[in-house]
Design a protein around this ligand. Structure first.
Ligand SMILES: Cc1cc2nc3c(=O)[nH]c(=O)nc-3n(C[C@H](O)[C@H](O)[C@H](O)COP(=O)(O)OP(=O)(O)OC[C@H]3O[C@@H](n4cnc5c(N)ncnc54)[C@H](O)[C@@H]3O)c2cc1C
Length: 476
């Protein structure tokens, strides 16, 4: 029933049993497996899985896992394949199980303010459904059109609004998951308070598919932010960025939703190779995109800007010399232009040399020092090295890219050593929001103690004793 040349590592009796239990149309083998299942967005060499399972229900996921468990098969769990840590990227001999057919919003409970969806639903579908019901989904990231809510939960995804709404974890109220042996555990909880024993659902958030497969989720929704105002600010010193973060929040508590920083080299790249027009006469040390929900319907179309608290607060910082220059959006077109600098990074892969990319956390108080050390470290690879630093600084999260015309695997390893040594020295984390997957597994010890890693192994052993789900991800 299968193509023996491409499903060669999959046990024949298992294939037959899966086809009988799920139906032939839930299985793909050989050339029938779309290329999109051979690689996620981490940039690793594609590897087509031996078999692709496409269940339509929790029951089918359960049946598939029970059979795979009994046959000692290894499974890689796949959502939207936008992950940047190689977690959903197949390894030789693995069976891929994709949630792509488990898609749909099951309920929006407007009284509880919750949304229940199947794990394969894209984030954008969830955002649109929440909006159509007068609510707002607190999770947002650039890959919204392709990533799935199951993948967001498995990676505990962050994004652009974490300072206001938290990471995926803070938005999840209930979950349903299937364990490695096929056991289904369900807690589609809609309540903020539920201390009846261990909150096991938390264990699956950020576990990157290594402990179980998330099949359904209950999200807590928020009121839609109103009167969003945007500004692009120029700073000559990072310490002033931190002062503005604290003082803005104190002056306008709870209003801030976005606080995205781009260091000089990043803006120069967006303007030079990226072709965007310079926002300021000279490139500042740090360019900051700041957004706040001011609570009025006027939003960016505010007529008399001089009288609104958003502008007045920023004007005060300008007078004090904390901010060197500031542009305040007067229209949605202005706002889109401000975001184009921050989103230019998605084009960089196409227009600059190959490089190694990082998603790390550094305590805010030491971010300035980190950037100086990174600049020094990058110089060590020669003059042609391009270092880019940008990110969600209010969350202590920076993204780093180190590229070079002669970038290769050896240089990449050396760059990783340089960056992760700095992260460890400054008590940071090797993964802020993208997860560990396979790409950062060998650096986990730089951010976690031996005792912490031993505890992770005990949890994995308890839930997946045969090391069947996403083996080699997070833990070697
Ligand atoms: C342009 C772009 C922008 C991005 N911006 C951000 C950002 O701002 N913040 C951020 O955090 N990330 C960002 N990412 C990374 C990525 O989008 C997130 O990690 C996202 O949460 C992955 O979702 P996915 O459905 O694509 O998961 P996949 O890539 O398919 O899988 C990711 C991991 O989750 C596991 N998994 C997937 N579904 C399930 C499930 N149902 N049950 C159990 N395990 C599962 C996989 O095995 C894998 O380990 C970005 C990526 C791109 C390409």
């Amino acid at each position: 029933m299968h193509d023996a040349t491409t499903a060669q590592n999959i046990d024949d009796t298992l294939l037959t049993a899966l086809a009988e239990a799920l139906g032939r149309d839930r299985l793909r083998v050989g050339d029938d497996i779309p290329e999109s299942h051979a690689a996620d967005a981490a940039g690793m060499t594609p590897c087509r899985p031996g078999l692709l399972l496409l269940p339509r229900s929790t029951q089918e996921v359960s049946q598939a896992l029970a059979l795979c468990h009994a046959h000692g098969a290894r499974i890689v769990v796949q959502g939207g394949m936008t992950g940047l840590a190689g977690g959903a990227h197949p390894q030789e001999g693995e069976i891929a199980l994709s949630l792509e057919r488990m898609r749909g919003i099951e309920e929006i409970d407007t009284l509880s303010g919750t949304l229940t969806a199947m794990a394969g639903t894209t984030l954008q579908e969830i955002q649109e459904a929440a909006q159509a019901s007068g609510f707002f989904c607190g999770i947002d990231l650039g890959a919204r059109g392709s990533c799935t809510i199951g993948g967001n939960i498995a990676t505990n995804a962050g994004g652009n609004q974490v300072l206001r709404y938290g990471m995926a974890r803070r938005n999840v109220l209930g979950l349903e998951a299937v364990l490695a042996d096929g056991t289904v555990v369900t807690s589609l909880n809609k309540m903020l308070k539920n201390n009846a024993g261990y909150d096991w659902t938390q264990l699956f958030i950020g576990s990157e598919g290594t402990l179980g497969i998330v099949t359904r989720v209950v999200l807590g929704l928020h009121p839609a932010p109103r009167g969003v105002r945007s500004a692009l600010c120029a700073f000559s010193r990072f310490e002033d960025v931190v002062t503005v973060l604290r003082r803005f929040d104190a002056a306008l508590p709870g209003r801030m939703i976005v606080f995205e920083a781009m260091w000089r080299e990043y803006l120069d790249t967006a303007i030079g190779p990226g072709g965007l027009s310079p926002p300021f006469p000279e490139s500042p040390e740090v360019t900051l995109l700041i957004e706040a929900a001011m609570g009025s319907e006027a939003g960016n179309a505010a007529g008399d800007d001089a009288s609104d608290p958003f502008t007045e607060t920023l004007a005060g910082f300008l007078e004090e010399g904390l901010i060197d220059d500031a542009l305040i959006a007067q229209s949605e077109a202005d706002r889109a232009r401000f975001w184009s600098y921050r989103e230019a990074v998605y084009e960089f892969r196409r227009i600059i040399d190959a490089g190694t990319n990082f998603d790390v956390s550094i305590p805010i108080a030491r971010l300035d020092e980190a950037v100086e050390r990174l600049r020094e470290g990058a110089r060590g690879f020669g003059e042609e090295t391009r270092l880019l630093v940008f990110g969600h600084v209010a969350d202590s999260n920076i993204h780093i890219s180190v590229s070079h015309p002669r970038h290769d695997a050896q240089m990449s390893r050396e760059i990783q050593g340089m960056v992760y040594d700095i992260v460890a020295a400054l008590a940071g984390s090797v993964s802020a929001e993208h997860g560990v997957g396979m790409l950062k597994r060998d650096y986990l010890h730089k951010s976690r103690s031996e005792a912490e890693i031993a505890l992770m192994r005990r949890i994995k052993q308890a839930l997946d004793p045969h090391n069947m789900l996403n083996p080699g991800r997070i833990l070697a």
